[in-house]
Design a binder for this molecule. Structure first.
Ligand code: ATP
Ligand code: MG
Ligand code: MG
Length: 548
């Protein structure tokens, strides 16, 4: 048995292999292609594919494509891309519930023949109203005792497309007074004249999730069918189908807690609303908790896998602090991202005693803890940009950066002293006239004098203009509820800086991925960039409020 970070599901798998109940483990990740994958799916993917990897088994990617009204090829493609991006591979085992439609239909007929299913002519509303409640039993449908022959005939005609949507369903005949409402004659098939992304117009009826899921697991010889807690109440039904049909195997369903995170909603249905209502630019908006959005924001797949490992797998629902996610992202990026200098809100600095037209190249290290990342040359000249908030005309006590008459260090360069402040007609500071000390090249004074601050900068003549997109939580409320987004969204979730300046190294390096802008945070180039105009997304800031 492999020695891995254990949780109750891995314990079950290990015990089943040890006892010989199973020779190998087979899991599956079963998304419905009705949207893009999100952070919650990352937990399920890492669990299912992770178990397969750790125990030498396999994990299938199976699309639960049983509701063509909501499913699209775009989502089927995006889901595959995102699972791969996260670092997992299903090999030959790409499956679709729709591959089993013919078999599922045959099994439904089998239930009818055994007197365990019937066609119900009641509307969805009537069925809902006669389901009963937790304290009250349901009522039998007036169509419950139809003959097998009539049921077979009606079911065949449902399939043939004779009846309009919603006029009939096929139901299992189980127990209308069961304590478990899922067992009160659940719906197996509904009529839907819709175009299916894979089967086209071949079917006019579609199986329910419950009727498709366990049988698909069985056909694929899944050993451990791992799902989230909302399906716990469905487990008796899952087993009922497998016990009452001549299926090739009987997988077991296990439930774990879904991922919930503060300031975030994790459900495809809900995220669809954000996209449809235009609150975000699309599924891959960098503020979305989708894998596509997180990737575009600059979150490395490795950080996602690491986050999932940190949160673990449990049986009780809980909510993870979003700070824990940011922490995992910073951990990975701090280790890997090369350092660069960028001035987000530029303020012009002119070094009056630096010769006009002269340029020198200074050496900067790419990563303080990783010498293998080497060094680069950055140009320095008479005109520079520094960050607006690295200067204060009337600095308060604890402000040690640039101020009139004060000396600071320019990172990798020289000490400079502010001699004069130039303002525009509105009284805003638009330029600083400074002097530099040529003896401090590299950042130290031969006479041993100290400065209290080191600030970043870029050469005005060489800097590349950039748009920088600063992201914050999409929701302003820590526990957002589905619906009524307008009242809950953070109006400041996106701030766009249109006049930022980045060091020229970026111009010739289209391949560079995530970077740290020194003193600012982690950024990644957005696909909206052009050679003339770079666009960066802030992945996460440097601040680290979450304790180790
Ligand atoms: P929908 O809102 O359409 O139900 P969903 O976000 O629940 O979408 P599904 O396609 O139903 O996504 O789920 C695919 C798989 O991912 C299921 O096994 C489900 O249990 C799991 N999953 C979904 N959301 C989470 C989550 N937040 N945490 C962990 N696993 C999840
Ligand atoms: Mg679903
Ligand atoms: Mg779901």
């Amino acid at each position: 048995t492999p020695d891995v970070g254990r949780d109750f599901i891995r314990d079950i798998v290990a015990a089943d292999l040890e006892s010989g109940k199973h020779k190998g483990v087979v899991t599956r990740f079963p998304p419905e292609p009705n949207g893009y994958l999100h952070l919650g799916h990352a937990k399920s993917i890492c669990l299912n594919f992770g178990i397969a990897e750790e125990f030498g088994g396999r994990c299938h990617l199976r699309f639960d494509d049983t509701n063509p009204a909501k499913e699209e090829q775009e989502f089927i493609d995006a889901i595959q891309r995102d699972v791969r991006w996260l670092g997992f591979d299903w090999g030959e085992h790409l499956h679709f519930a729709s591959d089993y439609f013919e078999q599922l239909y045959a099994w439904a007929q089998e239930l009818i023949r055994a007197g365990k299913a019937y066609v119900d002519d009641q509307s969805a509303e009537e069925i809902r109203l006669t389901r009963g409640t937790l304290t009250e039993p349901g009522q039998n449908s007036p169509f419950r005792d139809r003959s097998v022959a009539e049921n077979l005939d009606l079911f065949a005609r449902m399939r043939a497309g004779e009846f309009p949507d919603g006029t009939r369903v096929l139901r299992a005949k189980i127990d209308m007074s069961s304590g478990n409402i899922n067992l009160r004659d659940p719906v197996l098939y509904r009529i839907l004249h819709a175009h299916h992304p894979r089967t086209g117009k071949a079917w006019s009826i579609y199986p329910s999730y419950d009727f498709a899921h366990g049988q698909s697991d069985s056909i694929e010889h899944i050993t451990h069918s791992i799902c989230t807690l909302e399906f716990e109440d469905h487990r008796p039904l899952y087993d009922w189908f497998l016990d009452n049909l001549p299926v090739p195997s009987h997988p077991r369903q296990y439930e774990f807690a879904r991922l919930n995170m503060t300031y975030t909603l994790l459900s495809k249905r809900v995220l669809t609303g954000l996209v449809r209502e235009g609150h975000v630019s699309g599924w891959d908006d960098p503020r979305m908790p989708t894998l596509a959005g997180l990737q575009r924001r600059g979150v490395p797949a490795e950080a996602l896998r690491d986050f999932v490992k940190r949160i673990g797998v449990a049986k009780a629902n809980s909510t993870v602090d979003i700070g824990m996610f940011d922490f995992a992202v910073r951990e990975t990026l701090n280790r890997t991202a090369p350092r660069r200098m960028a001035v987000l809100r530029p303020l012009k600095v002119v070094i009056e005693n630096y010769p006009e037209g002269e340029v020198e190249e200074l050496e900067a290290i790419n990563h303080p803890d990783d010498p293998a990342q080497g060094t680069r040359k950055i140009p320095f000249g008479r005109e520079l940009y520094i960050e607006q908030d690295d200067f204060m005309e009337e600095p308060p006590k604890k402000f040690f950066r640039l101020a009139p008459g004060r000396e600071v260090r320019l990172r990798y360069a020289y000490f400079i002293t502010c001699r004069e402040v130039i303002k525009n007609a509105a009284g805003e500071v638009v330029e600083l006239r400074c002097t530099y000390d040529p003896a401090t090249r590299g950042g130290n004074a031969p006479d041993g004098r100290k400065v209290k601050a080191t600030i970043h900068w870029v050469s005005a003549a060489h800097a590349v203009s950039a748009e920088v997109r600063l992201y914050d939580n999409l929701f302003a409320t820590p526990q957002p509820e589905p619906g009524n987004f307008a009242a809950q969204l953070n109006p400041n979730s996106l701030e766009i800086l249109t006049d930022s300046k980045v060091e020229p190294a970026f111009k010739n390096d289209a391949a560079i991925g995530a970077v740290q802008f020194e003193r600012q945070g982690y950024f990644v180039r957005d696909r909206d960039s052009t050679p003339e105009r770079l666009v960066f997304n802030r992945t996460v800031g440097l601040r680290d409020s979450y304790a180790k």
